[in-house]
Design a protein around this ligand. Structure first.
Ligand code: F6R
Length: 260
């Protein structure tokens, strides 16, 4: 894993935006994996600004969301279908026909999950998966003890996740109890992953994911097995990493040709 520690959340957003923009410039038909939530918002805003300025062309980009709540209709403002449309598809000018979100209202959820996996395969797989991490170590909505080789499926949200996401709803009880999420195995199939974390609330999860044992107890730790995983953190999210001076030294001495 490459661990990059930057002074502020704003710098995290800027560098991560550069990384994603470079992926799209290199491959205009790139397949992006999209996280929702607060962590990647600066990326989406940064890319949207580049598209507005004419510096980036996204018309051929394809995208797959990580997850969706079960039981929230797509029109609900907090469904991830709505969030992705509002924060990604429209501002980046993506073709809506090329943006996919798991169906959390399908009668046959299991069949819909299999179709989602098949659609990712048919697109040639995800080139760059954008991730946040939950305070409990989840990536996607793969809560602690998720199988490290899991595929897209139904999951029960952890109590902590429901409490953390209550900020998006009128009442904590309105947060759905279940979700459909890409599995850890699905995420691991992406050619490259980019995880962002900002703030002290993520510090323990980041320390477990990066320096802890690989364990389903901290689902993010599975990324230790990924060949191309980059984590971009602000100082607060990095504060429990015991090797943080090494990560800083490594990044400061990174050869120019490897930088993005
Ligand atoms: C969202 C997702 C989650 C979030 C995580 C962090 O699609 O898959 O894993 O990335 O819960 O959420 P924020 O970024 O809101 O702190």
């Amino acid at each position: 894993m490459e661990v990059i520690i930057l002074a502020s959340a704003a710098e995290v957003g800027q560098l991560a935006t550069r990384k994603v923009a470079r992926t799209i410039q290199h491959k205009p038909t790139a397949v992006l994996g999209l996280a929702t939530g607060s962590s990647p918002q600066a990326i989406y805003a940064g890319l949207a600004a580049q598209v507005r300025d004419g510096a980036l062309v996204t018309s051929d980009v394809r995208a797959f969301a990580l997850d969706e709540y079960v039981g929230l209709p797509a029109e609900h403002p907090q469904s991830y279908a709505s969030v992705i449309r509002r924060e990604v598809t429209e501002p980046l000018g993506l073709n809506p026909a090329h943006v996919f979100v798991p169906d959390g209202c399908a009668n046959d959820l299991e069949g819909a999950c299999q179709q989602y996996e098949a659609a990712i395969d048919a697109a040639g797989g995800v080139d760059l998966q954008i991730l946040g991490i939950g305070a409990n170590g989840h990536i996607g909505f793969n809560e602690p003890t998720s199988s490290l080789s899991s595929r897209t499926r139904l999951k029960t949200l952890a109590l902590q996740t429901r409490a953390d996401n209550a900020r998006f709803f009128d009442h904590p009880d309105d947060v759905p109890t279940h979700c459909v999420t890409q599995g850890l195995g699905t995420i691991m199939d992406a050619s490259e992953v980019l995880l962002l974390a900002q703030g002290t609330a993520k510090a323990a999860a980041i320390a477990s994911a990066v320096e802890g044992p690989v364990s389903a107890r901290c689902p993010g730790s599975v990324l230790q097995f990924h060949r191309r995983a980059t984590l971009i953190l602000d100082e607060a999210a990095a504060e429990q990493l015991t090797l943080r001076d090494y990560y800083r030294h490594t990044y400061a001495n990174k050869p120019d040709w490897q930088r993005f």
